[in-house]
Ligand binder design. Structure first.
Ligand code: NAD
Length: 478
């Protein structure tokens, strides 16, 4: 018996959870359920995280969590419980299989069978945001080597375990050379350890377009958090419905399984919701727990039900569907089909555990790190970068000289274009003229001069080289 945590969530959550649990029980899944309360009620009781300390304890103790969708109340101050759960529990890998069920579910892509492996903890989802000037807000994009290694290795190990042939990486490393550049570099490194699996890289924009157009050319896709969030919904939608897909969030200790859709308040309580997404999540959970036989049985019964044309309203189509059913009747039809296999769709094959046994990240030898200068960000409400440069020359201290000013990343001094639109947020680069050794002391002197000259410095970023390689961006247009 595996004891797992369940949460019925909000909106359609309780209905689809009941349907899923009925199927699990009828199939004889060896599961015991411990229920916790999360979501809207908890948020509105004044808990801005949507989850109590006791509920955390239950999740951490049972390690496996089946979660129905929740409603995050409108308005500020409420944190996304999903993002918090993924990060607090170290659920670094989001696995989303997106497979067409042609001809039973309408899709333009009958041959589609893609698994998206989305990095789940980093990127812009670190949620570190600041407003520093009247006109500009920023969000920090954090990508780490351990984060990249874990997710890329997971993708290749998953492909190997599932007998898949190709792993594709999506990034935007032509623009974000440091962050996405690191993700792609790690992808290239790790790909060489899996010679039997083909590997390729697409820039995310054209890659996403190609995925939407010819998804059958993709197999496993690995990508940073934000891109993964977007492309996995596109991929699920073009298989026929977001109501059909489940996802797994896998960590080294714990795992969380959920439908990919939200709490659908528009159809809540009406017995209209399709429980398939949560059921698919439950099947992934059973595989994860090593209960592959019961997982296979449920999956085959579900495929058979869809084949028979017993469809909820979201996937019902005249001519293909035979019976429009509600949530409960759909679950009953799946239960009725337990023990049967689909006749046309490919039956489920036994899948291995999603908690792949990956090596722990080993910290590398530190590189030779050298301070090469500093970017000082300044709040200044003027418009003419030449005027700002005049002011900044006065704060030059010791070895540091102003070498460049950019505005939103575009070089505006020296030799800027008058056509470039400027905000009140300026990046001012100071570097030593003679390539001499710098230290943080020189930066402090520079900032002290700025205070004296009444220059509003809002933050600094040190410029480093690692093993002689400059590890910072240049100004665009430079
Ligand atoms: P949604 O996914 O809830 O609904 C989008 C559309 O799809 C709606 O028309 C809905 O009726 C339909 N739909 C969704 N699931 C369906 C199902 N199983 N069967 C039939 N139709 C289904 O997205 P939304 O409307 O943008 O969000 C509603 C709420 O859900 C918001 O509060 C949002 O924060 C929350 N949400 C939660 C999660 C989660 O808990 N994992 C994920 C996304 C959104």
């Amino acid at each position: 018996m595996h004891k797992i945590t369940i949460a019925k969530g909000d909106g359609i959550g309780p209905e689809i959870m009941e349907a899923t649990l009925d199927i699990l029980r009828s199939a004889g899944a060896p599961l015991a359920f411990e229920e916790i309360e999360i979501g809207e009620k908890v948020y509105l009781s004044g808990n801005t995280s949507g989850i109590s300390t006791e509920a955390w304890d239950t999740i951490r103790h049972n390690k496996v969590f089946l979660k129905a969708p929740i409603t995050t109340p409108q308005g500020g101050g409420y944190k996304s419980l999903n993002v918090t759960t993924r990060k607090m529990l170290g659920l670094y890998s989001n696995v989303r299989p997106c497979r067409s069920l042609h001809p039973f579910i309408a899709t333009r892509h009958p041959g589609m069978d893609v698994v998206i492996i989305r990095e789940n903890e980093e990127d812009l989802y670190a949620g570190i945001e600041h407003q520093q000037t009247d006109e500009v807000v920023q969000c920090l994009k954090l990508i780490s080597r351990p984060g990249c290694e874990k997710i890329v290795r997971y993708a290749f190990e998953y492909a190997r375990q599932q007998g898949r042939k190709k792993v594709t990486c999506f990034t935007k490393d032509n623009i974000m050379k440091q962050t996405d550049g690191l993700f792609r570099k790690v992808f290239n490194e790790i790909a060489t350890e899996y010679p039997e699996i083909a590997s390729e890289h697409w820039i995310i924009d054209i890659g996403a377009a190609k995925l939407a157009d010819t998804p059958e050319t993709f197999d496993v896709i690995v990508t940073p958090n934000l891109y993964g969030d977007v492309v996995s919904d596109i991929a699920a939608q073009i298989t026929g419905s977001v109501g059909l897909a489940g996802s797994a969030n896998i960590g080294e200790e714990c795992a969380m399984f959920e439908a990919i859709h939200g709490s659908a308040p528009d159809i809540a309580g009406k017995d209209l919701a399709n429980p398939s997404g949560l059921l698919q999540a439950a099947v992934m959970m059973l595989n994860h727990l090593g209960e592959t036989a019961v997982a296979e049985q449920i999956q085959n019964a579900w495929l058979r039900t869809l084949e028979e044309g017993i469809h909820t309203a979201d996937i019902y189509r005249e001519g293909v569907s035979t019976l429009k059913v509600g949530t409960r009747a759909f679950a009953e039809a799946v239960i009725h089909n337990l023990g049967k296999k689909p006749e046309q769709l490919k039956p489920a094959a036994s899948a291995g555990s999603l908690m792949l046994n990956l090596p722990r990240y080993q910290r590398k030898q530190p590189a030779q790190k050298k301070l090469e200068g500093v970017d000082v960000f300044i709040h200044w409400a003027g418009y003419d970068a030449n005027e700002l440069a005049e002011k900044l020359h006065r704060m030059e201290a010791g070895k540091l000289r102003l070498t460049m000013i950019t505005n939103r990343g575009i070089k505006v001094w020296p030799n800027g274009f008058k056509e470039t639109f400027c905000t009140d947020h300026w990046r001012c680069r100071f570097q030593p003229t003679d390539g001499e050794q710098l230290s943080n002391k020189h930066i402090l002197e520079l900032l002290a001069h700025a205070v004296q000259d009444d220059i509003d410095t809002i933050k600094t970023e040190n410029l480093y080289s690692f093993d002689g390689r400059p590890a910072y961006s240049l100004g665009q247009g430079q």
